[in-house]
Design a protein around this ligand. Structure first.
Ligand SMILES: [Zn+2]
Length: 336
């Protein structure tokens, strides 16, 4: 198999944290001001808010606090199969498998596949391996599995691909995975490739560049890569972690904000017009892929939302994180 991993440094330092490309009229530096700015960034084409789920999760009812390492083992939902959606070919070389909430993506290359996130432990077999088989793809061709962060919805199927197919697991959250007491009831993935900032994963004719975006978890990684829409290359940014289910103090919000601003700048510099992630309610992946079936000739791909929409996505995260940070500062017992 033709593949390589490369670590790069240098050019990242040139990108400043403040050049997020989402500058707009001054937002009042208040909780209400940031929430309003975050909510108004949800607007999309034809008055259809394209990131409404992200606004709901971050601005309306944000999660608070990190799951403890001794959190109970995930339970197998007896009705889990009812949540599985039809797997979809999203682009020429990118496939989606998921539910209304969870997304996993498969990037195909001339020399095998890169799987990006792995669903929950009890869903991985049917949703991912079954999904690939439905799509006519051979799961044994998965050479790399990128786990954007070590929560259960992203890392649950990593052990399956490592143990059954010998796929390399790439993540920045090995400490989180290894520290989990009950999170991997069918087996814990063994430490493999440690993702680092600027690392590239190349397989055949496809390369994913990874960026450390700590905040959602300590080792959250995001990625930028090309996909092809009827032969036309498009740049996609994969946002690795989204919600505020981390220790809710100012320092953690500062880290989250710095990471998301930097990723927004990197996405802008790369010309990204596609924003994807691991939870389809945030970018509307499931709905947009359903719309793909009705796409008229000459119409833009539903997931090709454009650079300004990608910037709006990051602006929602930014504004609503700022609001939550100010709320914490206003609570003396939790502040700092
Ligand atoms: Zn998570």
């Amino acid at each position: 198999m033709q593949s390589s991993i490369r670590r790069t440094v240098g050019m990242l330092a040139l990108l400043t944290l403040s050049s997020a490309g989402t500058q707009s009229p001054a937002v009042p530096d208040t909780i209400e001001g940031h929430l309003a700015a975050g909510k108004s960034a949800a607007g999309g084409r034809d008055n259809t808010p394209d990131f409404y789920g992200l606004v709901t999760a971050l601005c309306v009812a944000p999660q608070r606090g990190a799951p403890p390492l001794d959190a109970p083992a995930p339970r197998e939902d007896p009705d889990r199969k009812a949540t599985y959606m039809q797997p979809k070919k999203a682009f020429d070389d990118l496939y989606w498998m998921g539910t209304e909430s969870v997304s996993a993506w498969l990037l195909t290359s001339s020399d095998g596949y890169i799987l990006y996130d792995t669903a929950n432990v009890y869903d991985a077999e049917d949703l991912l391996i079954g999904g690939m088989q439905k799509l006519g793809l051979d799961p044994a061709k998965v050479k790399y599995v990128i786990v954007s962060h070590g929560h259960r919805g992203e890392s649950g199927g990593a052990y399956l691909f490592q143990s059954r197919y010998g796929a390399h697991i790439v993540t920045g959250d090995w400490d989180l995975i290894e520290g989990s007491l009950h999170g991997y009831p069918t087996g814990k993935p063994k430490r493999d490739i440690v993702a680092t900032d600027g690392m590239t994963i190349t397989l055949g004719n496809r390369t994913v560049t990874l960026y450390a975006t700590p905040g959602h978890t300590p080792g959250t990684i995001s990625g930028i890569f090309q996909v092809h829409d009827r032969g036309k290359p498009l740049t996609a940014v994969y946002s690795g972690g989204t919600e505020f289910n981390f220790p809710n103090d100012v320092a953690h919000f500062d880290q989250y904000l710095a990471s998301e601003r930097r990723l927004a700048a990197l996405a802008s510099a790369a010309g990204a017009t596609v924003i994807i992630n691991n939870q389809s309610e945030f970018n509307g992946a499931a709905d947009k892929l359903r719309m793909l079936a009705d796409r008229r000739p000459g119409e833009r791909h539903p997931l090709d939302v454009g650079a300004r929409a990608v910037a709006r996505y990051f602006k929602i995260e930014d504004e609503c994180a700022q609001a939550q940070r100010l709320k914490i500062m206003a609570e003396p017992a939790r502040g700092g």
